[in-house]
Ligand binder design. Structure first.
Ligand SMILES: Nc1ncnc2c1ncn2[C@@H]1O[C@H](COP(=O)(O)OP(=O)(O)OP(=O)(O)O)[C@@H](O)[C@H]1O
Ligand SMILES: [Mg+2]
Length: 335
Protein backbone atom coordinates (compact mmCIF):
# COMPACT_ATOMS: atom_id res chain seq x y z
CA UNK A 1 0.00 0.00 0.00
CA UNK A 2 2.78 2.45 0.89
CA UNK A 3 3.50 4.74 -2.06
CA UNK A 4 0.18 3.97 -3.73
CA UNK A 5 -1.87 6.85 -5.17
CA UNK A 6 -5.59 6.80 -4.34
CA UNK A 7 -7.92 9.66 -5.31
CA UNK A 8 -5.00 12.06 -5.43
CA UNK A 9 -3.66 10.99 -2.03
CA UNK A 10 -0.30 9.23 -1.66
CA UNK A 11 -0.28 6.52 1.00
CA UNK A 12 2.64 7.50 3.21
CA UNK A 13 2.53 5.53 6.44
CA UNK A 14 0.61 3.15 8.71
CA UNK A 15 -1.41 4.89 11.41
CA UNK A 16 -2.32 1.69 13.17
CA UNK A 17 -3.39 -1.90 12.84
CA UNK A 18 -6.42 -3.64 14.27
CA UNK A 19 -7.90 -7.09 14.17
CA UNK A 20 -9.72 -6.53 10.88
CA UNK A 21 -8.03 -3.67 9.14
CA UNK A 22 -4.95 -1.53 8.72
CA UNK A 23 -5.25 2.24 8.82
CA UNK A 24 -2.97 4.25 6.53
CA UNK A 25 -2.22 7.94 6.26
CA UNK A 26 -2.65 9.38 2.78
CA UNK A 27 -1.44 12.87 1.89
CA UNK A 28 -2.51 15.03 -1.02
CA UNK A 29 0.75 16.47 -2.37
CA UNK A 30 -0.94 19.60 -3.78
CA UNK A 31 -2.72 20.71 -0.64
CA UNK A 32 -0.88 18.76 2.07
CA UNK A 33 -4.27 17.61 3.31
CA UNK A 34 -4.24 14.17 4.91
CA UNK A 35 -6.85 11.42 5.15
CA UNK A 36 -6.99 8.11 6.99
CA UNK A 37 -7.62 5.07 4.79
CA UNK A 38 -8.98 2.11 6.73
CA UNK A 39 -8.32 -0.96 4.58
CA UNK A 40 -10.10 -4.23 5.29
CA UNK A 41 -7.74 -7.15 5.79
CA UNK A 42 -7.00 -9.17 2.68
CA UNK A 43 -8.18 -12.44 4.18
CA UNK A 44 -11.55 -10.96 5.12
CA UNK A 45 -12.37 -9.64 1.67
CA UNK A 46 -13.32 -13.13 0.48
CA UNK A 47 -16.39 -13.02 2.72
CA UNK A 48 -19.08 -11.28 0.69
CA UNK A 49 -21.18 -10.64 3.78
CA UNK A 50 -18.27 -9.05 5.67
CA UNK A 51 -17.58 -6.84 2.65
CA UNK A 52 -21.22 -5.78 2.57
CA UNK A 53 -21.22 -5.04 6.27
CA UNK A 54 -17.98 -3.04 6.05
CA UNK A 55 -19.65 -0.92 3.35
CA UNK A 56 -23.00 -0.65 5.12
CA UNK A 57 -21.41 0.39 8.34
CA UNK A 58 -19.26 2.97 6.58
CA UNK A 59 -22.50 4.41 5.23
CA UNK A 60 -23.76 4.59 8.78
CA UNK A 61 -20.63 6.53 9.80
CA UNK A 62 -21.04 8.94 6.88
CA UNK A 63 -24.39 10.01 8.30
CA UNK A 64 -22.98 11.00 11.67
CA UNK A 65 -21.92 14.58 12.10
CA UNK A 66 -20.59 15.58 15.50
CA UNK A 67 -17.46 17.46 16.63
CA UNK A 68 -16.36 14.52 18.78
CA UNK A 69 -16.94 11.80 16.20
CA UNK A 70 -14.27 11.18 13.55
CA UNK A 71 -15.77 12.16 10.21
CA UNK A 72 -16.26 9.33 7.73
CA UNK A 73 -16.15 10.65 4.15
CA UNK A 74 -16.59 7.69 1.87
CA UNK A 75 -16.36 4.02 1.15
CA UNK A 76 -14.45 2.99 -1.95
CA UNK A 77 -12.95 -0.08 -3.58
CA UNK A 78 -9.50 0.41 -4.99
CA UNK A 79 -8.54 -2.53 -7.21
CA UNK A 80 -11.27 -4.46 -5.42
CA UNK A 81 -9.82 -3.66 -1.98
CA UNK A 82 -12.52 -2.11 0.22
CA UNK A 83 -11.55 0.91 2.27
CA UNK A 84 -13.12 3.62 4.37
CA UNK A 85 -11.92 7.20 3.96
CA UNK A 86 -11.89 9.09 7.22
CA UNK A 87 -10.69 12.22 8.88
CA UNK A 88 -7.07 11.66 9.94
CA UNK A 89 -6.80 12.41 13.62
CA UNK A 90 -3.47 13.57 14.87
CA UNK A 91 -3.44 12.31 18.42
CA UNK A 92 -3.35 9.22 20.57
CA UNK A 93 -5.80 6.94 22.34
CA UNK A 94 -7.70 8.52 25.22
CA UNK A 95 -5.94 6.24 27.75
CA UNK A 96 -2.51 7.13 26.39
CA UNK A 97 -3.41 10.84 26.32
CA UNK A 98 -4.31 10.86 30.03
CA UNK A 99 -1.17 8.90 30.94
CA UNK A 100 1.20 11.04 28.88
CA UNK A 101 -0.21 14.31 30.19
CA UNK A 102 -0.65 13.04 33.76
CA UNK A 103 -4.18 14.48 33.69
CA UNK A 104 -6.00 15.07 36.96
CA UNK A 105 -9.56 13.93 37.66
CA UNK A 106 -11.19 17.16 36.45
CA UNK A 107 -9.32 17.05 33.15
CA UNK A 108 -10.30 13.42 32.65
CA UNK A 109 -13.95 14.03 33.43
CA UNK A 110 -14.05 17.05 31.13
CA UNK A 111 -12.90 14.90 28.18
CA UNK A 112 -15.10 11.99 29.26
CA UNK A 113 -18.18 14.24 29.29
CA UNK A 114 -17.35 15.25 25.71
CA UNK A 115 -17.21 11.54 24.86
CA UNK A 116 -20.66 11.15 26.45
CA UNK A 117 -21.90 14.04 24.29
CA UNK A 118 -20.75 12.15 21.17
CA UNK A 119 -22.49 8.95 22.22
CA UNK A 120 -25.60 10.82 23.34
CA UNK A 121 -25.83 12.28 19.84
CA UNK A 122 -25.36 8.88 18.19
CA UNK A 123 -27.94 7.26 20.48
CA UNK A 124 -30.44 9.96 19.63
CA UNK A 125 -30.10 8.72 16.04
CA UNK A 126 -30.54 5.14 17.28
CA UNK A 127 -26.93 4.29 16.49
CA UNK A 128 -25.27 2.02 19.04
CA UNK A 129 -21.49 1.74 18.84
CA UNK A 130 -20.99 -1.69 20.53
CA UNK A 131 -17.20 -1.55 20.43
CA UNK A 132 -16.24 1.19 22.85
CA UNK A 133 -12.64 0.87 24.02
CA UNK A 134 -9.68 3.24 24.42
CA UNK A 135 -8.28 2.54 20.93
CA UNK A 136 -11.55 3.70 19.40
CA UNK A 137 -11.33 7.15 21.01
CA UNK A 138 -8.44 9.35 19.93
CA UNK A 139 -7.78 12.65 21.67
CA UNK A 140 -6.31 15.31 19.42
CA UNK A 141 -3.71 17.91 20.33
CA UNK A 142 -6.42 20.35 21.46
CA UNK A 143 -7.74 17.85 23.97
CA UNK A 144 -10.84 17.00 21.98
CA UNK A 145 -11.90 13.37 21.76
CA UNK A 146 -12.81 11.84 18.41
CA UNK A 147 -14.76 8.60 18.50
CA UNK A 148 -13.86 6.09 15.79
CA UNK A 149 -15.46 3.04 14.23
CA UNK A 150 -19.11 3.85 14.72
CA UNK A 151 -21.13 1.06 13.32
CA UNK A 152 -18.27 -1.07 12.08
CA UNK A 153 -18.61 -2.56 15.52
CA UNK A 154 -21.75 -4.32 14.44
CA UNK A 155 -19.56 -6.78 12.64
CA UNK A 156 -18.28 -7.82 16.04
CA UNK A 157 -21.64 -8.74 17.42
CA UNK A 158 -22.92 -10.61 14.43
CA UNK A 159 -20.34 -12.34 12.22
CA UNK A 160 -17.67 -11.13 14.58
CA UNK A 161 -18.62 -13.51 17.38
CA UNK A 162 -16.85 -16.14 15.29
CA UNK A 163 -13.87 -13.87 14.83
CA UNK A 164 -13.58 -13.40 18.57
CA UNK A 165 -13.59 -17.15 19.19
CA UNK A 166 -10.85 -17.84 16.69
CA UNK A 167 -8.72 -15.18 18.28
CA UNK A 168 -8.64 -13.08 15.13
CA UNK A 169 -10.30 -10.21 16.89
CA UNK A 170 -9.74 -10.39 20.61
CA UNK A 171 -9.53 -6.69 21.28
CA UNK A 172 -13.15 -6.02 22.08
CA UNK A 173 -14.03 -8.89 24.37
CA UNK A 174 -12.93 -7.17 27.61
CA UNK A 175 -15.30 -4.28 26.88
CA UNK A 176 -18.32 -6.35 25.88
CA UNK A 177 -21.44 -6.05 27.99
CA UNK A 178 -23.01 -9.12 29.62
CA UNK A 179 -25.84 -9.00 27.07
CA UNK A 180 -23.32 -8.98 24.20
CA UNK A 181 -21.63 -12.02 25.75
CA UNK A 182 -25.03 -13.73 25.98
CA UNK A 183 -25.49 -12.99 22.28
CA UNK A 184 -28.75 -11.12 22.73
CA UNK A 185 -29.71 -9.76 19.33
CA UNK A 186 -31.44 -6.48 20.02
CA UNK A 187 -28.90 -4.81 22.22
CA UNK A 188 -29.39 -1.09 22.66
CA UNK A 189 -27.65 2.03 23.96
CA UNK A 190 -27.44 0.47 27.45
CA UNK A 191 -24.62 -1.68 26.06
CA UNK A 192 -22.65 1.46 25.25
CA UNK A 193 -23.46 2.90 28.70
CA UNK A 194 -21.94 -0.26 30.23
CA UNK A 195 -18.75 -0.06 28.13
CA UNK A 196 -18.47 3.66 28.92
CA UNK A 197 -18.59 2.75 32.63
CA UNK A 198 -15.70 0.31 32.10
CA UNK A 199 -13.86 2.99 30.15
CA UNK A 200 -14.34 5.55 32.96
CA UNK A 201 -12.89 3.06 35.47
CA UNK A 202 -9.91 2.43 33.20
CA UNK A 203 -9.26 6.10 32.54
CA UNK A 204 -9.24 7.00 36.23
CA UNK A 205 -7.43 3.95 37.62
CA UNK A 206 -5.18 3.57 34.55
CA UNK A 207 -5.86 -0.16 34.38
CA UNK A 208 -8.57 -2.06 32.52
CA UNK A 209 -11.34 -3.82 34.44
CA UNK A 210 -11.05 -6.97 32.34
CA UNK A 211 -7.76 -7.56 30.61
CA UNK A 212 -7.31 -9.96 27.70
CA UNK A 213 -3.53 -9.56 28.00
CA UNK A 214 -3.34 -11.06 31.46
CA UNK A 215 -6.49 -13.14 31.80
CA UNK A 216 -7.39 -16.41 30.18
CA UNK A 217 -9.67 -15.41 27.33
CA UNK A 218 -11.83 -18.51 27.84
CA UNK A 219 -12.57 -17.41 31.42
CA UNK A 220 -13.14 -13.79 30.48
CA UNK A 221 -16.80 -14.17 29.40
CA UNK A 222 -17.65 -15.82 32.76
CA UNK A 223 -15.86 -13.04 34.63
CA UNK A 224 -17.72 -10.38 32.63
CA UNK A 225 -21.02 -12.09 33.44
CA UNK A 226 -20.33 -12.46 37.16
CA UNK A 227 -17.62 -10.17 38.53
CA UNK A 228 -18.45 -6.68 39.69
CA UNK A 229 -16.21 -3.83 38.59
CA UNK A 230 -13.65 -3.29 41.37
CA UNK A 231 -13.65 -0.08 43.37
CA UNK A 232 -11.05 2.58 42.68
CA UNK A 233 -9.09 2.85 45.90
CA UNK A 234 -9.24 5.97 48.03
CA UNK A 235 -11.99 7.81 49.90
CA UNK A 236 -11.94 10.56 47.28
CA UNK A 237 -13.37 8.15 44.73
CA UNK A 238 -16.47 7.12 46.71
CA UNK A 239 -18.95 8.93 44.44
CA UNK A 240 -17.14 7.99 41.22
CA UNK A 241 -17.26 4.35 42.33
CA UNK A 242 -21.04 4.60 42.79
CA UNK A 243 -21.40 6.12 39.32
CA UNK A 244 -19.25 3.41 37.69
CA UNK A 245 -21.21 0.74 39.58
CA UNK A 246 -24.50 2.03 38.22
CA UNK A 247 -23.22 2.39 34.65
CA UNK A 248 -21.81 -1.14 34.67
CA UNK A 249 -24.73 -2.88 36.33
CA UNK A 250 -25.10 -6.40 34.90
CA UNK A 251 -28.75 -5.66 34.28
CA UNK A 252 -29.27 -3.04 31.51
CA UNK A 253 -32.46 -1.64 33.15
CA UNK A 254 -30.47 -0.64 36.23
CA UNK A 255 -27.86 1.36 34.32
CA UNK A 256 -28.14 5.06 33.49
CA UNK A 257 -31.00 5.52 31.07
CA UNK A 258 -28.97 7.76 28.75
CA UNK A 259 -25.62 9.46 28.27
CA UNK A 260 -27.31 12.60 29.53
CA UNK A 261 -28.19 10.89 32.83
CA UNK A 262 -24.62 9.53 33.04
CA UNK A 263 -23.02 12.94 32.60
CA UNK A 264 -25.52 14.59 34.95
CA UNK A 265 -24.36 12.18 37.62
CA UNK A 266 -20.76 13.26 37.01
CA UNK A 267 -21.64 16.90 37.48
CA UNK A 268 -21.81 16.42 41.22
CA UNK A 269 -19.87 18.24 43.90
CA UNK A 270 -19.24 14.92 45.61
CA UNK A 271 -17.22 13.72 42.61
CA UNK A 272 -14.73 16.55 43.10
CA UNK A 273 -15.10 16.85 46.89
CA UNK A 274 -11.74 15.71 48.17
CA UNK A 275 -9.86 16.56 45.06
CA UNK A 276 -10.55 20.23 44.50
CA UNK A 277 -10.54 21.42 48.14
CA UNK A 278 -13.30 21.94 50.69
CA UNK A 279 -16.79 22.86 49.69
CA UNK A 280 -17.70 26.15 51.35
CA UNK A 281 -21.19 27.67 51.25
CA UNK A 282 -22.47 24.78 49.19
CA UNK A 283 -21.20 26.50 46.04
CA UNK A 284 -20.85 24.29 42.96
CA UNK A 285 -17.25 23.17 42.92
CA UNK A 286 -17.00 21.16 39.76
CA UNK A 287 -14.51 23.04 37.60
CA UNK A 288 -15.89 25.51 35.05
CA UNK A 289 -14.34 23.55 32.19
CA UNK A 290 -16.26 20.44 33.25
CA UNK A 291 -19.50 22.44 33.35
CA UNK A 292 -18.77 23.89 29.91
CA UNK A 293 -18.28 20.38 28.51
CA UNK A 294 -21.57 19.41 30.16
CA UNK A 295 -23.37 22.32 28.48
CA UNK A 296 -22.00 21.43 25.07
CA UNK A 297 -24.92 19.13 24.30
CA UNK A 298 -26.54 20.49 21.29
CA UNK A 299 -27.46 17.82 18.84
CA UNK A 300 -28.54 15.24 21.39
CA UNK A 301 -31.15 17.65 22.68
CA UNK A 302 -32.00 19.02 19.26
CA UNK A 303 -32.54 15.66 17.60
CA UNK A 304 -34.29 13.90 20.41
CA UNK A 305 -35.47 15.71 23.47
CA UNK A 306 -34.88 12.67 25.61
CA UNK A 307 -36.28 13.48 29.05
CA UNK A 308 -34.08 12.26 31.81
CA UNK A 309 -36.25 10.63 34.46
CA UNK A 310 -33.36 10.28 36.89
CA UNK A 311 -32.24 13.81 37.11
CA UNK A 312 -33.60 17.29 37.69
CA UNK A 313 -31.22 20.12 36.91
CA UNK A 314 -31.02 22.94 39.44
CA UNK A 315 -33.00 25.29 37.20
CA UNK A 316 -35.68 22.67 36.52
CA UNK A 317 -35.96 22.07 40.25
CA UNK A 318 -36.28 25.81 40.95
CA UNK A 319 -38.87 26.17 38.18
CA UNK A 320 -40.88 23.27 39.63
CA UNK A 321 -40.88 24.91 43.10
CA UNK A 322 -41.94 28.31 41.70
CA UNK A 323 -44.77 26.76 39.66
CA UNK A 324 -45.85 24.78 42.74
CA UNK A 325 -45.95 27.97 44.86
CA UNK A 326 -47.96 29.87 42.23
CA UNK A 327 -50.49 27.04 41.98
CA UNK A 328 -50.79 26.89 45.78
CA UNK A 329 -51.23 30.69 45.96
CA UNK A 330 -53.94 30.65 43.28
CA UNK A 331 -55.67 27.83 45.11
CA UNK A 332 -55.58 29.71 48.44
CA UNK A 333 -56.82 32.92 46.80
CA UNK A 334 -59.73 31.08 45.25
CA UNK A 335 -60.87 29.81 48.68
N1 LIG B 1 -9.12 8.10 11.55
C1 LIG B 1 -7.99 7.77 12.15
N2 LIG B 1 -7.01 8.69 12.33
C2 LIG B 1 -5.86 8.36 12.95
N3 LIG B 1 -5.57 7.13 13.44
C3 LIG B 1 -6.51 6.17 13.28
C4 LIG B 1 -7.75 6.43 12.65
N4 LIG B 1 -8.49 5.28 12.65
C5 LIG B 1 -7.73 4.37 13.26
N5 LIG B 1 -6.54 4.88 13.66
C6 LIG B 1 -5.46 4.16 14.35
O1 LIG B 1 -5.38 2.89 13.78
C7 LIG B 1 -5.45 1.89 14.79
C8 LIG B 1 -6.15 0.67 14.24
O2 LIG B 1 -7.52 0.93 14.12
P1 LIG B 1 -8.57 -0.23 13.97
O3 LIG B 1 -9.92 0.38 14.12
O4 LIG B 1 -8.30 -0.99 12.73
O5 LIG B 1 -8.26 -1.22 15.16
P2 LIG B 1 -8.45 -1.07 16.73
O6 LIG B 1 -9.62 -0.21 17.03
O7 LIG B 1 -7.13 -0.66 17.35
O8 LIG B 1 -8.70 -2.57 17.17
P3 LIG B 1 -9.79 -3.60 16.70
O9 LIG B 1 -9.53 -3.99 15.30
O10 LIG B 1 -9.57 -4.70 17.66
O11 LIG B 1 -11.11 -2.93 16.83
C9 LIG B 1 -6.16 2.53 15.96
O12 LIG B 1 -5.76 1.97 17.17
C10 LIG B 1 -5.75 3.99 15.82
O13 LIG B 1 -4.57 4.21 16.55
MG1 LIG C 1 -10.79 0.94 15.88
Amino acid sequence: MIGKEILGYTIESVLGEGGMATVYKGVNQQTNHSLAFKVLDNKLTSSESLMTRFRNEATLGINLDHPYIAKVFNFIKDENVPMILMENIDGCSIAQYFKDRKCNLSEKIEVFIKVLNAFGYAHSLKVVHRDIKPSNIIVDKWGNPKVLDFGIARIDTQEGVGLTRTGAHMGSLPYMSPEQIKGIKNIDKKTDIYSLGLLLYELISEKPVFDSETENSYLLPTKIMNDAVPKIEGAAYARINQIIKKATNKSPEDRYSSCKAFKSALLDNEVFKDIEGSNKNDEPKFPKSVYQAYLEVTKEDAVNNDPDPEYFSRSEFKAAIIIGCVVLLLFLMSQ
